[in-house]
Ligand binder design. Structure first.
Ligand code: AMP
Ligand code: MG
Length: 395
């Protein structure tokens, strides 16, 4: 059995970033920018007012000064003529500063009388003015790789890019295995249960930007599994659920060789999720998740999501962890890394604390759905008291 860290290292070796395509900027949200993009212009392109007010000259900036309003500069419609001594130009937010003026007195600080204003305050040099290039200059870059969130997208647009080079979104085949499974909405027979974790996994992977090809349930025979695996052709990765333990009916484990799976590792020292398998099938990376619903989803968080991120072009990294104090005592941990389903709660000081659920059975979706964190217990961890700081993964 290998450690979680080693297993993740192996998975990162199995995949590589997918190719790069140009994506229209209005479809690039959540995609990973593949290479830096450079600003095609300077922003703002001119010295601009940051307030509604009056553009004035340095020598006229005196409280009590009376100035003649000689024109108007609005966003998109600049005032061409210079501001002469004793004059002010009405100006609005985002409008170009007229020549000669170097500051803006805000409209609240003047008294307007017909065609003149009287200053009640005197702005300093450059006050209420955004100098040209204040935000970015021609050639400044937006670095890569990075996930394109709202701010980065807006910046790329401001830099005048209509499309952005992004890594291709991986297409991932997801296959449930088990004679006992039926699809949600069907009527399960007396010995049957509804296939559930695949829907959680699908949503999890799509939230990362992957496309999911959800294939029909495969029964526990090699022939059935083979038939469904054939439908996974052309995908970038195959994820199977169930059948990974060492039981007689565990088709993935049993049939690995027959199916031509080149196994990379099998079994990880973790709870839940020990019977995790990874390898390649006809060159395509493959991950075999355990069938228990919570095991499958925890392995999805810990292993599949970071692997998908690498395919999307992000750096290879385990899920980020936070450090928070325990809300309750916990007993000693066994030899496997334990990902305990847990709840974050605010302590009396307002700071977050983490409380593991009493029931940690890997079949309990009701507990997982109430959890907002996985409390990570290292192998062989000693008992911990409430207040001790531990590591969590937010889910
Ligand atoms: P397995 O890994 O196939 O031995 O499955 C372990 C447990 O998880 C069994 O109780 C299965 O019935 C259940 N299971 C397997 N696949 C799924 C699935 N897709 N959805 C819900 N439960 C499943
Ligand atoms: Mg099974």
């Amino acid at each position: 059995m290998i450690s979680v860290e080693q297993a993740l290292g192996h998975l990162f070796q199995l995949v590589s970033p997918l190719g790069v395509e140009m994506v229209p900027i209005d479809q690039a949200g959540g995609r990973v920018l593949a290479r830096p993009v450079a600003a095609r212009l300077t922003q703002p392109p001119f010295d601009a007012s940051s307030m509604d007010g009056y553009a004035i000259r340095a020598e006229d900036a005196r409280p009590g000064a009376t100035l003649k309003v000689s024109g108007e500069s609005a966003a998109g419609r600049r005032h061409q003529d210079p501001v002469r001594p004793g004059e002010a130009v009405r100006i609005f937010t985002g409008a170009p500063m007229p020549p000669g003026a170097d500051r803006v007195v805000i409209q609240e600080d003047v008294e307007r009388k017909g065609g003149t204003i009287v200053l009640r305050a005197a702005p300093g040099p450059g006050e209420n003015v955004r100098p040209a290039g204040n935000d970015f200059r021609l050639g400044d870059t937006l670095s890569a790789p990075r996930r394109l969130g709202p701010a980065a997208l807006a910046l790329a647009a401001a830099m005048n890019h209509a499309e952005l080079p992004c890594h291709r979104r991986p297409e991932i085949a997801v296959i449930s295995t088990g004679d006992e499974l039926v699809e949600p909405g069907q009527a399960p027979g007396p010995d049957q249960i509804v296939a559930s974790n695949v829907y959680g996994l699908k949503a999890m992977l799509e939230a990362e930007g992957a496309r999911v090809r959800r294939l029909p349930i495969a029964g526990d025979t090699i022939e059935e599994l083979q038939a469904v695996l054939d439908m996974a052709r052309g995908t970038d990765m195959i994820v199977t659920i169930g059948g990974a333990s060492a039981g007689d009916r565990d088709v993935i484990a049993r049939a690995a060789e027959t199916l031509g799976i080149e196994q990379d590792f099998y079994k990880v020292a973790m709870r839940p999720g020990k019977p995790l398998m990874a390898g390649r099938l006809a060159g395509t990376p493959m991950i075999g998740l355990p069938g228990n619903p919570v095991s499958a989803l925890v392995c999805g968080v810990v292993f599949v999501v970071p692997t998908v991120r690498v395919m999307m072009g992000l750096p290879a990294a385990a899920q980020p962890r936070d450090r928070v104090p325990l809300a309750a005592d916990v007993g000693p941990n066994g030899p496997r890394e334990h990902y305990m389903r847990a709840m974050l709660e605010a302590g009396s000081d307002g700071a977050w604390r983490v409380r593991p659920f009493a029931r940690q059975d890997s079949a309990l979706l009701s507990v997982l759905s109430a959890a907002d964190a996985l409390l990570v217990r290292p192998p062989g961890d000693a008992p911990r008291r409430a207040g001790e700081v531990v590591e969590i993964i937010r889910i």
